[in-house]
Structures are given as C-alpha cells and as structure tokens.
Design a protein around this ligand. Structure first.
Ligand SMILES: [Zn+2]
Length: 262
C-alpha cells in the first residue's frame, strides 16, 4: 500500500482492512492527518508512513468516532486532535462496546493480531472541538473543518482543502459498499451530502473506498434522499417495512437499519 497524491500536497492512503482511506494534507509549516486507523499498531504504522512524506509537525482531525477512524490516535501524540464537539461524548459512550464487538469480529475471522491490538487500544479524546467550522492554517494553505449536520453520525466532520479542490468526507460518502446507517440520522443525511457538494470539490475522498468526483456524490445523495423518504413514510405508517425494502436502492439489511434509526 502507498500514498496517492490527489492534489498538490494532498495524499490518500487506502487500506485493504475495511477498505479504509486515510488523508494527509501537507502545508508549509504543518501537516494534517485525517483519521488514525483502528488500533494502536495500525496508528503506529500510519505515523511512520506519514513520516515518509513529511517531517513537519502534525495535527490530527477525526472525521467521527467509529473505531476504525480513530482508535490509532495515540501514535500521534502529543498533537492537537480536532473533532466535532459531540465526538467526545459519542466516543466515551460507545468505545467499550465498539471494541468488544470488533475484537469478537476479528477473532471470529481468525485475525488474532488485529483483535489483540484492538483489545489493548484506548481511544484518545479529541482536545480541539469544532461546533460548525474551524479553519486550520497549515502554512500557505488552509484546511477547512466543517460540520454539515447529522448524517452518518451526529458528529461527522468533513475536511476541505479548497486550494486543491479536495474534500475528505469521512463516512458521509462511501464508495464500494452501501453507506452505514448503524448510528445514522437517515432523514438528515441528504442535507449533509448537499453540504459536501456546496464546497464545490473536484475530488471527494470517502472514509471507505476510492476517491470519487462530485457526480458520484450526487448519485449517492439521490439514494440517500430515497432512503430518507422511505424512512419518513415508514415512520408515519404510510409504508410497511416490506414495501420500503422493495423500493430501497440499498440491500435489505442496510435499509432495515436505516428504518430502525428513523
Ligand atoms: Zn463510520
């Protein structure tokens, strides 16, 4: 695996494990690491990989508190760790359950190394909190941290690099698999997707999968709007679950989760 430069000084590193994509933005004075992988061993690997690109001091931005995006943060300390203001509460409330669930998952598939590393990983609480927006001066370029409303979680943070036309969308955009609704706000998600498109990106980096263009986001936005409408009609009793599943653009399991969240 290697870094792919998607804009000048803007890099993506994609991992086979969960098809995760990590971001790196290099300014003249500072680098911004976007998400830190799922355990302390993976975080250390990522930190070493960042050091292959730049020796600059780094800051960390967490797109959201799901373990695969942030349980590796300890490898980057000391550093400012940015996240949305609701991230700490979600992380505190769910970290133990996320760890237990995924340790069991990795043991079940025979990945004992990952299970062991995750079992001994303690997530780092972010210490620089964003309400709606913050602009980070990286030296000669700005990274814009934006909360566009609830979507994949109640605390998604996207990172825009306007001079490169790149937006890191976290799991608000997913390529190669349906979006994950497990902690989602399905009826609000389309508006968050609109917020990404309003940033006028040439390249959008999903939390999982390959970088995409705005057309992909528009297509996903339409699917999310269809799901939001099914959720609304199911919630108000206009549709049975079976009817909603039949009309959904996504597989039954994904749709059932969305209906339950609504
Ligand atoms: Zn997620």
């Amino acid at each position: 695996m290697s870094w792919r430069e998607v804009g000048q000084g803007v890099f993506v590193r994609r991992y086979a494990e969960l098809d995760l994509s990590i971001g790196l933005v290099v300014g003249a004075e500072c680098a911004l690491v976007i998400d830190t992988r799922g355990d302390h061993v993976q975080g250390s690997e990522l930190a070493a990989a960042v050091r292959e690109i730049t020796a600059l001091p780094w800051q960390v931005a967490i797109t959201h508190a799901h373990f695969d995006h942030c349980f590796g943060t300890s490898a980057f300390l000391p550093a400012p760790v940015w996240a949305h203001e609701r991230c700490p509460r979600f992380l505190a409330a769910t970290a133990d359950q996320q760890r237990a669930e995924w340790v069991a998952h990795y043991r079940g598939e025979g990945s004992d190394d990952i299970a062991d590393a995750l079992a001994e990983s303690t997530p780092t609480q972010p210490d620089h909190l964003v309400s709606e927006r913050a602009d980070l001066d990286l030296g000669g370029r700005t990274a814009q941290l934006r909360h566009l409303g609830p979507g994949h979680t109640d605390h998604d943070l996207v990172i825009a690099v306007p001079d490169a036309g790149v937006v890191f969308a976290g799991d608000l955009v997913e390529q190669g698999a349906p979006p994950d609704f497990g902690d989602a706000h399905p009826e609000r998600w389309p508006a968050a997707a609109d917020g990404i498109l309003a940033l006028s990106p040439a390249t959008v980096v999903p939390g999982h999968g390959d970088p995409v263009g705005p057309d992909f986001v528009r297509t996903q936005r339409a699917e999310l709007a269809a799901i939001a409408e099914l959720c609304r009609e199911h919630r108000t009793g206009e549709l049975t679950e079976e009817q909603a599943l039949h009309r959904s653009p996504y597989p039954a399991d994904t749709t059932r989760t969305a209906l339950r969240r609504a």
